[in-house]
Design a protein around this ligand. Structure first.
Ligand SMILES: NC(=O)c1ccc[n+]([C@@H]2O[C@H](COP(=O)([O-])OP(=O)(O)OC[C@H]3O[C@@H](n4cnc5c(N)ncnc54)[C@H](OP(=O)(O)O)[C@@H]3O)[C@@H](O)[C@H]2O)c1
Length: 294
């Protein structure tokens, strides 16, 4: 299959390129190659490539920044998706688009399924929900909600996000500030990328899927498990959401049920297993750096 990956230098976009390159004809567009919110540029790029599948890794992901830059967030997270969906329609292509747990308000007490009505509480969340709706303009669309991504593929831009922040603090011997009352279902980037490839290849029913590792934990539990796997002292400043003033509101409880994607035959390993594999890649990275220096 010819797969066009947009936003190909992002954390997830780079992992999709890495995952699919061996078995498919992948055409990767970084932001410098294609601004996904420029509809004319999207139309021209897709007319050149004639993809069977378009995977959209592009997004405005600065959750707090979106509160002050609503138009930029809407352009990247909603109107770009509309442009990609229209291009998918022109070429009869499948569109894969990613969304977020933030579409929920976080007041649930059990894992959210795909059938629960979203209730976004921030500009970022609302722009992502619009993107979910625009994606369905494509003749076949997979909308995959991921959450708290961790892991980095070759070709990705600089690591960002909460896990990278905690990791850097722990490695430098600092004290990481983490929420003790925010519940998540973490998503290991290579697992989300593999699930994406399997969905495309299996031609599973199009639609909305939660694409996260199995299980859930608080950020503090996740950070403690990370410290344990790394073999470093677990030095944390555990904070409660009510005590931290953030520009954008975050959902407090956002465990996502991945029963629907698992029912298609796709395995979503437990987050603890994913974390163990992630830390192994970090050890390999350090070993290579040491070998290079010798
Ligand atoms: N990271 C998470 O924990 C998380 C959680 C839930 C959902 N998600 C969703 O998962 C998806 C992937 O997230 P990610 O963490 O991989 O994001 P990321 O690392 O921030 O990557 C997004 C990429 O999109 C690029 N981009 C931004 N605007 C663009 C545009 N108009 N045209 C083309 N490229 C553009 C960015 O370039 P620049 O870096 O140059 O801006 C960046 O390379 C997104 O849909 C996100 O909303 C992520």
């Amino acid at each position: 299959m010819r797969i066009a990956v947009v936003g190909a230098r992002g954390q997830l976009g780079a992992a999709i390129v890495h995952e699919c390159a061996a078995s498919h004809d992948v055409v990767a567009f970084g932001r410098a190659d294609l601004d996904a919110s420029d509809e004319a540029a999207v139309t021209a790029a897709m007319a050149r490539v004639k993809p069977d599948v378009i995977v959209n890794g592009a997004a405005f992901t600065d959750v707090d920044g979106a509160e002050d830059h609503a138009v930029a967030a809407l352009n990247a997270n909603a109107f770009a998706v509309r442009a990609l969906a229209r291009a998918a329609r022109t070429h009869g292509a499948t569109l894969v688009h990613y969304s977020t747990d933030f579409v929920f308000d976080g007041t649930a007490t059990e894992a959210y399924t795909e059938s629960v009505r979203p209730n976004p509480q921030s500009v970022y969340a609302a722009s992502k929900l619009l993107g979910e709706w625009f994606a369905t303009d494509a003749p076949r669309a997979y909308v995959l909600r991921v959450e708290s991504l961790f892991g980095r593929a070759p070709g990705a831009g600089p690591a960002k996000g909460s896990v990278a922040g905690i990791l850097n603090t722990l490695r430098s011997g600092g004290v990481a500030k983490v929420f003790e009352d925010r519940t998540i279902s973490p998503s290991y980037v290579p697992d989300a990328a593999r699930a994406t490839r399997q969905l495309i290849e299996s031609r599973a029913s199009a639609g909305l899927y939660h694409c996260v590792n199995s299980g859930s934990c608080t950020w503090l539990e996740f950070a403690k498990a990370l410290a344990q796997q790394l073999g470093v002292e677990p030095r944390f400043d555990a904070v409660r959401m009510a005590d931290v003033k953030l520009r954008a509101s975050r959902p407090r409880f956002c465990a996502l049920s991945n029963e629907k994607i698992r029912a298609t035959g796709i395995e979503m390993p437990a987050w603890q297993d994913a974390l163990r594999r992630y830390v192994e890649t970090l050890r390999d990275e350090v070993a290579h750096q040491v070998a290079d220096r010798q």
